[in-house]
Write a protein that binds this ligand. Sequence first.
Ligand SMILES: [Zn+2]
Length: 318
Amino acid sequence: MYHRVGAEAVDPWNLCVSPERFEQQIELLARRRAAVDLGAFAGEGVADRTGSKLAVTFDDAYRDNLEVALPILERHGVPATFFVISDALGRTREFWWDALCRAVLESDAVPTALEITLGGRNHWFTINDDSATTRAATRWIADREDPRTGRERLYMDLWNAIVLLPPAEQDVAVDAILLWAGMPLAGPESRRPATREQIAALAGHPLVRIGNHTRNHPSLPDHDAARQRDEIAGCQRALEDLVGGPIDRMSYPFGRNNAASGHIIAELGIPVACTSYPAAVTRATPRHQLPRMQVLDQDGDRFARWLRDDHALLEGKA
Ligand SMILES: [Zn+2]
């Protein structure tokens, strides 16, 4: 599981792999003939660990997937799936999680208190240490470490509140937080999602498959079945129109899903769906609950050791 091919100094979810390291990783998969299309995981023969069944996926369809990663995939002949958030295509602003990161973690200094309305309720947050005026010296990884500073705690509290809001309110909230932090509302172009034209142009590409990543990237289990259906089926229709063919794969936003999500995917006839649970697929894995492992920003040798030594997913010498 990849998200972005690029570099960011602050990257609390480890979303970025540098282009140089990405190319080393893809070159290894090509040299070892290890890469298959994710569609192979709909079948039965994928779970025997012969070292030749790794599928490359990208979530969120950041434009760097097409502009930076795709030429590397083409150079090495490695197939990949791009999971697309259909209502985000052509957006000229960042995703809310990137805007929140820029406001709270990338700004030089922020006020020590924030009053904000989220979901119709007033919230009052304070930063009680010197992190409001001093940025953390070392990288913090949000899904592995507890917040170390007041500013990191504020980031997590806001993240956990904003993830539950409707999309329009998410944008309003992060705009208010950017203003509070004294940051410009417009983020860097490199963090924007791909355009409709870019995705449409991939139709029929021999190495690329497009997958469903919902209309707006909600936390599905926090919504009722009707809302989930609108998000999943709506994305399915939009992407099928765009690429002129069936969409046969899905990735749950934030990896989160529940029984209702599974029913909707079965109704739509989507054969495989990916979570973000870090493990290898086995014969017993439900096809609507495929685990995935997030690839970190590591060089080709380390990537090979990670696959081979930590997960037994690559045979022989790296
Ligand atoms: Zn996503």
